[in-house]
Design a binder for this molecule. Structure first.
Ligand code: HEM
Length: 504
């Protein structure tokens, strides 16, 4: 493992410079005298002993915590700052839908940013494995914080974020996209629909795509006779189950922090299964490298050059974070293009022109991440006391920045609920010009030093696949809009009323 602190800090400074958008931020971030106390922050009222729990359980106003509109409801009821008290060892939570306060916290927490999110995975990778006698230094970007995270992130940044390295995957990702189109054609019924397991089909595409990067080889997930108990299907199911279980354990009040509940035991088994599957596929990838003929080094080779552990940790995080995210974003984009046929026609025209530059395609995906984002918001744990909108927000609070809700407010984006990719291409002076919006309203890939390390890979994957889809199919949708369920990520649920008509 590369340990040079100077090199690490240098790499991080470069990334910070690249990621931080220049925003004038109020300098009162940490001035905390004369502030209203935490308890006065608006939020559901508290009862003795159970606190606010009754609001989130049986019959309470927010009982359905999987409702994607939950945060919208909280904001509508309580305003731009909403307090949820600590419960069962889960830290206190603050929902923020004020872009300036969002900027203050995100920029102040950008040196050692702590992103709360998957404490159960963190527990597995650190404490559970330790209890089995396995001691590890770095556990991964999703689960590490502080110095360990910074050192690992600085080591992998140059590999994961280098445009030249990512570009190497253009051809293989296009092969994956074209193979998926063939599979979709074969899977359509007589009405040109793919009603059965459309979500799993999209996950299959995303897994095949990210595997080319993480494992350096094709998994051949599209093989027609792939047995249901094959490692490929097991991995797809496992990644999906992980997000659902993480939602139960990490995002809802849950007793696992106090004692090992049955769900906790199930989660530990699932995380172990994911780790073993990653090892299995990594071995396959390394064997493949032996037969490689071209000289350009890809992500896996470069990570293996750092060391085997780095390659394994990164592959594990990529297979965890890179499947459902990309799959649901493509589904959202397809739905929005189906509902806006004139935008779809415009996109097809751009694709058919075979021009190397495809700005409208980029805009279509950017706009779908605004209207139907797979990640609702970002989060940071406070490492000091803040003045937020006149309230004292102490250290160790998990602050959630409600990007989805802010992005859908007309005061931030004109005609905010409409799908208008043109807003990302509009010039200064145009009422739709995105540059007039506060830059901390929208943040689908997070912020700064801790932002999504897979962003460039995800964008290349999604651009390539959406382009092939629109080139090959006229996509239509009938019936009511799909339901979105919030389970750590925003999942678009069936029935999937897409119609894929061949383009003549
Ligand atoms: C549409 C696709 C994707 C979206 C919307 C997305 C979004 C995000 C967001 C919001 C974060 C949190 C950033 C922050 O805290 O500031 C994140 C982190 C991360 N993402 Fe992605 N992601 C996507 C695809 C991917 C892919 C394909 C990979 C695999 C290479 C990936 C790997 C990661 C990792 C490892 C982190 C943790 C980074 C860190 O903490 O240092 N993501 N992503």
């Amino acid at each position: 493992m590369q340990t040079s602190k100077f090199k690490s800090l240098f790499n991080l400074a470069v990334i910070n410079k690249e990621c931080i958008r220049t925003v004038a931020v109020a300098s009162t971030a940490t001035k905390t005298e004369n502030l209203k106390p935490w308890k006065e922050i608006p939020g559901p009222n508290s009862l003795p002993i159970i606190g606010q729990l009754h609001h989130f359980t049986f019959g309470g106003t927010f009982a359905n915590t999987e409702d994607a509109e939950l945060v919208t409801k909280l904001i509508n009821l309580y305003g731009p700052i909403v307090r949820i008290d600590s419960i069962f060892g889960k830290p206190p939570l603050l929902f923020l839908s004020d872009p300036e306060s969002t900027a203050v916290v995100l920029r102040s927490e950008n040196w050692f940013p702590v992103r709360p999110g998957f404490p159960s995975l963190e527990y597995y990778r650190k404490d559970y494995k330790k209890s089995k006698g396995i001691n590890v230094h770095a556990t991964g970007l999703i689960s590490d914080h502080g110095e360990v995270w910074k050192e690992f992130r600085s080591t992998v940044n140059p590999v994961m974020l280098q445009p030249k390295t990512i570009k190497l995957y253009t051809t293989v990702l296009d092969e994956v996209a074209q193979d998926m189109i063939v599979r979709m054609r074969a899977n359509r019924d007589e009405n040109n629909m793919i009603t059965k397991d459309f979500d799993k089909e999209m996950n299959l595409w995303a897994l095949e795509s990210i595997a080319t990067v993480a494992l350096g080889c094709r998994l051949n997930c599209f093989e027609r006779n792939l047995p249901a108990d094959s490692p490929e299907w097991q991995l797809i199911q496992c990644v999906h189950d992980l997000f659902i279980i993480a939602n139960e354990m990490d995002f809802k009040p849950n007793l696992w922090r106090l004692f090992p509940t049955p769900l906790f035991k199930k989660a530990m088994k699932l995380y172990e299964h994911h780790e073993n599957l990653t090892k299995y596929f990594l071995k396959k990838g390394k064997e493949n490298l032996k037969n490689k003929t071209d000289t350009e080094k890809g992500v896996l080779e470069k990570l293996l050059e750092i060391n085997e552990e780095a390659a394994h940790i990164m592959a594990s995080d990529m297979l965890f974070a890179g499947v459902d995210t990309a799959a649901n974003t493509v589904t959202a984009t397809l739905y929005l293009l189906a509902k806006n046929p004139e935008k779809q026609a415009k996109l097809r025209e751009e694709i058919m022109s075979n021009s190397e530059r495809r700005p409208y395609l980029r805009a279509c995906i950017k706009e779908s991440l605004r209207v139907m984002p797979v990640v609702s918001g970002n989060a940071r744990k406070t490492t000091k006391t803040y003045n937020i909108l006149g309230y004292e927000v102490p250290k160790d609070v998990d602050v959630v920045f409600a990007h989805r809700e802010m992005s859908l407010m007309d005061k931030h984006y004109p005609r905010a609920n409409e799908y208008i990719p043109e807003r990302w291409l509009a010039k200064k002076g145009d009422p739709l010009y995105y540059g007039d919006t506060h830059p901390f309203v929208y943040g689908p890939f997070g912020f700064g030093a801790r932002s999504c390390i897979g962003r460039r890979i995800a964008e290349l994957e999604m651009d390539t696949f959406v382009a092939r889809l629109i080139e090959n199919f006229q996509v239509e949708w009938f019936g009511p809009p799909p339901k979105t369920v919030q389970q750590a990520l925003n999942y678009i649920k069936g029935p999937y009323n897409f119609v894929f008509k061949d383009i003549k």
